[in-house]
Design a protein around this ligand. Structure first.
Ligand SMILES: Nc1ncnc2c1ncn2[C@@H]1O[C@H](COP(=O)(O)OP(=O)(O)O)[C@@H](O)[C@H]1O
Ligand SMILES: [Mg+2]
Length: 400
């Protein structure tokens, strides 16, 4: 009778338990976290990481690792050529390497920037429905070298992980899409009413013009809604690549002020940019930070009062920069502050003041988080709102 290998049996029992756990997680971030932890544990490795593969863009994006918790690395592109993960995707095969430093496929950037030195790697492709969704890697076997048995176990875990990732992604998309469709109903209903009215013989020329103008503004709003929605969907899927450069934040603030100048004039609102002492270089994705400032400035104008003001201010601290956007507007009721960064959320009291989509702040938050920063809001109804962004002076994400 064959002897039962109890250690092996133990591993398989634990695998079953983990698979169950993975299948019940629909939150993608949480899921990836659990997968890397289980993988490191199973292979008796110092660390583990996951890269997700985008089939359309044919690119690999670094996602999570047990030894790195900085969000700035999320979404970093790892080249398909010249990386171990790339080899695994292209060949759809596991790979075991005892010393990566002797392997030309090793892509050292992510590891180097964290100070974590990699010696051995066991990597497997995450495949479901014949599609590669990513790569799971375990790094540095604690004792000795990775074995074929480690490879087998990790492959079983990987197969479960791939299905769970695909499910979480589909769930995320369907959730977002159903909210989007819901948001489309109101503008579509008003467009339908408007066109119906246009066809009525009894409406006057003046009414006709009014209706056409409302159709025009409603379609503009639908346009904004669609592009904001796509922006957010891309950010949420972790497929946005941040492009790092060093720039002067003051130049950027003045640029944003110029963009919004005519809008500010309409309500006689003054925009002031307050210079800090000395220069203010920031290392970040300039276009994305500009998108954030324009969003906040647009809110500060939209929800302001006539003859009000907006102040854009920078304060530099030791290793971070605080950007503040302060207005003299309507403010936000206390009980609404907790939901203000939720997608599609708009404050009831302010809704009639200005048109909007409720996506602006959700996008801002995603971008700031992607830089390893924090966005906060302080507000007093009737007095004004202050948005504070805190960003590390040097974003640590890597450029290929
Ligand atoms: N500066 C501000 N002053 C007052 N209310 C604000 C301000 N910024 C945002 N809000 C409130 O937060 C909601 C969400 O903002 P946002 O996500 O930018 O969506 P939108 O501006 O498209 O409505 C707005 O609808 C508004 O009610
Ligand atoms: Mg807005």
């Amino acid at each position: 009778m064959a002897e039962i290998n109890t250690q092996k049996l133990d591993s398989y029992l634990r695998l079953i338990e983990i698979s169950r756990d993975l299948a019940s997680t629909l939150d993608l971030d949480e899921l990836l976290d659990r997968i890397v932890k289980a993988a490191a544990d199973f292979s008796d490795a110092e660390a583990a990481s996951i890269l997700l593969y985008d089939n359309t863009a044919r690119q690999l994006y670094f996602q999570v690792a047990t030894n790195i918790d900085e969000p700035t690395r999320r979404g970093l592109v790892v080249p398909l050529e010249g990386s171990i993960a790339g080899w695994i995707v292209t060949n759809r095969k596991p790979l075991r390497i005892d010393d990566v430093n002797k392997d030309s496929r090793h892509f050292g950037d992510i590891a180097q920037s964290t100070g974590f030195s990699i010696k051995s790697i066991l990597g497997i492709p995450l495949i479901t429905k014949n599609k590669v969704v990513g790569v799971l890697e375990t790094l540095n076997k604690k004792n000795g070298e990775f074995t074929p048995e480690d490879e087998n176990l990790l492959s079983v875990l990987g197969a479960q992980a791939a299905v769970a990732i695909e499910n979480a992604r589909l769930f995320q998309q369907s959730d977002l899409i159903s909210e989007f469709v819901h948001e489309l109903r109101t503008p579509l209903a008003s467009l339908s009413t408007a066109t119906y009215l246009l066809l009525r013989p009894e409406i006057s020329r003046e009414q006709h013009e009014q209706i056409v103008s409302s159709i025009h503004s409603e379609t503009l709003r639908l346009n904004t809604l669609t592009s904001s929605f796509l922006d957010l969907a891309r950010l949420e899927s972790g497929r946005v690549q941040f492009r790092k450069s060093t720039f002067d934040i003051m130049d950027l603030l003045y640029e944003c002020k110029d963009v919004m100048a005519s809008k500010a004039e309409e309500d006689n609102i003054q925009i002031r940019v307050i210079d800090p002492e000395g220069g203010s270089p920031l290392e970040a994705d300039r276009d994305k930070i500009k998108q954030v400032i324009l969003n906040l400035l647009s809110n500060a104008l939209k929800y302001n009062r006539r003859d009000g003001s907006v102040i854009l201010k920078i304060t530099s601290e030791k290793e971070k920069m605080i950007i503040s956007v302060q207005d003299t507007g309507l403010g936000i009721p206390k009980d609404a502050l907790g939901q203000i960064f939720d997608k599609f959320y708009r404050v009831k009291e302010n809704e009639s003041t200005a048109t909007g989509t409720g996506l602006g702040l959700a996008i801002c938050k995603k971008i700031i988080q992607g830089h390893g920063g924090v966005i906060e809001i302080k507000s007093k109804p009737g007095i004004g709102t202050n948005i504070l962004i805190s960003l590390p002076l040097q974003s640590k994400f890597i450029q290929n």
